[in-house]
Design a protein around this ligand. Structure first.
Ligand code: GLP
Length: 244
C-alpha cells in the first residue's frame, strides 16, 4: 500500500487525477473503474480540465462504475448514471456506448448482476479502480456484512448509508433502499486501486480500514490485501498524521 498525503481536498483531487491522467496517456484504451460521491468529484473536474486543454483523449477509454441505485432511471438526477453523465461523460470525448453502470431499472435483478459481471470479464478486467469509502467502511455499496460477497449483487442499504446519502435527496425517504454494487472480488481484481479520502469525519474509519483487522464488518479493510493500492488522502482524513 502506498499513501499519498495531501494538504487538502483540492490537492487530493489533483494528485489522484494525475494517476488517472498517466494511466490514460500510457494506455489510451484503459478500462477505468469509476465511483461516485463527493470525494471523487474534484478528480473528475481535473480530468475534464485536462481534456479541455487537449492533454487527454477519452476516445478509446471504457468505463465500468461500481454501483447504481436500484429503482432509479438514469435520467433521475439522483442516479449514478446522471452523476457520471453530468460530471464527466458529457464533458469529455468518451463514447457513450463505452460507459457502463448497472441498469437501475432492470426487471430481472439477478440477470442484471450476471450481465455486469460478464461485461467486466469481457473487458479483461479493470485497469484502475477509483474508490471512496463510506462512514461505515463500505466500498461501492458493499455494506458491513458477515462475509465478503464476490460478484455484482443487490444490497439492502444500511440505515447509516441511507442517512449519509440523504444529503443529495430532497428527503431521506426518497433514498432507494437497495442498490447494485460490484462485489469485493470485482473490486480486488482491478490491477490498481486508487482510494480517495478527505475530511476528519472519515479519519476513524480510514484508520480502521487500512490498519485494523481485515473483516467484512469493515469492507474497505480488504483493500489491505491488494498488491497495488494507492491511498490519496488529505491531512484531516489521515487524522493529524501521527500514524503515516
Ligand atoms: C456512496 C457510494 C460510494 C462512495 C461513498 C462515499 O455510498 N456508493 O461508492 O464511495 O458513498 O461517498 P462520499 O465520497 O460522498 O463520502
Amino acid at each position: 500500500m502506498r499513501i499519498v498525503k495531501t494538504k487538502d481536498y483540492d490537492e487530493m483531487s489533483r494528485k489522484a487525477a494525475n494517476i488517472f491522467f498517466a494511466q490514460i496517456v500510457l494506455k489510451p484504451d484503459s478500462v477505468l473503474g469509476l465511483a461516485t460521491g463527493s470525494s471523487v468529484l474534484g478528480l473528475y473536474e481535473n480530468l475534464t480540465a485536462s481534456f479541455k486543454c487537449g492533454d487527454l483523449d477519452f476516445s478509446e477509454v471504457k468505463t465500468v462504475n461500481l454501483d447504481e441505485y436500484a429503482g432509479l432511471d438514469g435520467k433521475n438526477d439522483q442516479s449514478y448514471r446522471f452523476y457520471m453523465d453530468g460530471n464527466l461523460f458529457s464533458k469529455v470525448n468518451i463514447k457513450k456506448e463505452n460507459t457502463n453502470l448497472p441498469d437501475g431499472l432492470a426487471k430481472d435483478m439477478a440477470a442484471e448482476c450476471a450481465r455486469y459481471n460478464s461485461l467486466i470479464e469481457s473487458f479483461g478486467g479493470v485497469d484502475i479502480q477509483l474508490l471512496g469509502i463510506g462512514h461505515n467502511g463500505h466500498i461501492g455499496f458493499n455494506e458491513p456484512d458477515c462475509c465478503f460477497i464476490k460478484g455484482t449483487h443487490v444490497v439492502d442499504l444500511s440505515v447509516s448509508t441511507i442517512k449519509a446519502n440523504a444529503r443529495f435527496f430532497a428527503d431521506e425517504k426518497d433514498v432507494p433502499s437497495q442498490a447494485y454494487t460490484m462485489g469485493i472480488q470485482n473490486i480486488m481484481q482491478a490491477k490498481r486501486i486508487v482510494l480517495c479520502v478527505s475530511g476528519s469525519q472519515k479519519a476513524k474509519i480510514l484508520r480502521e480500514a487500512l490498519f485494523g483487522d481485515v473483516t467484512p464488518q469493515v469492507p474497505g479493510s480488504v483493500l489491505q490485501l491488494h498488491p497495488d493500492l494507492i491511498v490519496v488522502a488529505d491531512e484531516e482524513a489521515l487524522g493529524g498524521s501521527d500514524w503515516v
